[in-house]
Design a protein around this ligand. Structure first.
Ligand code: NAP
Length: 232
């Protein structure tokens, strides 16, 4: 994927990891559209980032997903990147009274919505790239979030198949697999222990730079925090 001059739709792009991607993609010279349920949060972020395009949308609702796609196709037909980032996480036990109800909402948000959006946006003529945000918990479940972990395992598997199936349409499918990061996922405070989103975003863009084969280590300078040098 080229890093600039794209028009990118980032679901859940007004907070957490999505916001980190929004900020970085905008600074790299891309046009970014973000969607989410909370209009006040979208407005706040739009005020901070002039040029950001926002759309209120509840991705757990099928009609909203179709409406989002139709709105993009009509108003932003040059959108070439879809980032399936929006997600939710429920800390719960299988024996909880409302277990099934909460599991259903989680499955709809983390599986049904991105699968549906992938199908819809694969039909958009301009689309070149889909970026799916899965999780390290796709590979090793954390039992406090049993359904969340399973939804991410599903999404990882689906991403591998989509990468193969969409090759013929020249759509590249990229997977981002974040570790635990300090966002409000699951509820305020639950991820306070984790590393900042900015470090993860730096590593995502660093990998792209490495792919682009920089001529010397100094080309990576602005993206590489000094204390991270050893890690790479
Ligand atoms: N933080 C971590 O440790 C971590 C680790 C691995 C993977 N991830 C993944 O990273 C992605 C982003 O999570 P985050 O950590 O950045 O948490 P976050 O700050 O809570 O972000 C989640 C975003 O998704 C949006 N969203 C949730 N449900 C939605 C719905 N029904 N319709 C539309 N938008 C919806 C939220 O916006 P509204 O509330 O305004 O709708 C919010 O902007 C998720 O897929 C998550 O599973 C996170």
């Amino acid at each position: 994927m080229k890093l600039s001059n794209n028009k990118i739709l980032i679901t859940g792009g007004a907070s957490g990891i999505g916001l980190g991607l929004t900020e970085r993609f905008m600074s790299e010279g891309n046009t970014v559209i973000v969607c989410g349920r909370r209009e006040d949060v979208l407005n706040e972020v739009a005020a901070r980032f002039p040029g950001l395009i926002t759309k209120v949308c509840d991705l757990a609702v099928e009609a909203d997903r179709v409406e989002l796609y139709n709105w993009v196709a009509e108003n932003h037909p040059d959108t070439n990147v879809l980032v399936n980032n929006a997600g939710m996480q429920n800390w719960m036990n299988i024996t909880d009274d409302n277990f099934f109800e909460r599991a259903q909402t989680e499955i709809t948000t983390n599986i049904t919505a991105p699968v549906h959006l992938t199908g819809l946006f694969a039909g958009l003529k301009s689309l070149t790239t889909i970026i799916n945000v899965t999780s390290g918990l796709a590979f090793v479940p954390f039992t406090k979030v049993p359904v969340y972990s399973a939804t991410k395992a599903f999404f990882h598997s689906f991403t591998l198949s989509a990468r193969y199936l969409l090759k013929g349409k020249n759509i590249e499918v990229i997977e981002l697999i974040p570790p635990a990061l300090n966002t409000d996922l699951g509820g305020k405070g639950l991820h306070d222990f984790a590393q900042p989103v900015s470090e993860f975003i730096d590593s995502v863009f660093l990998r792209n730079w490495l792919k682009a084969k920089p001529k010397s280590a100094s080309d990576l300078g602005p993206l590489l925090p000094t204390r991270d040098l050893k890690r790479y």
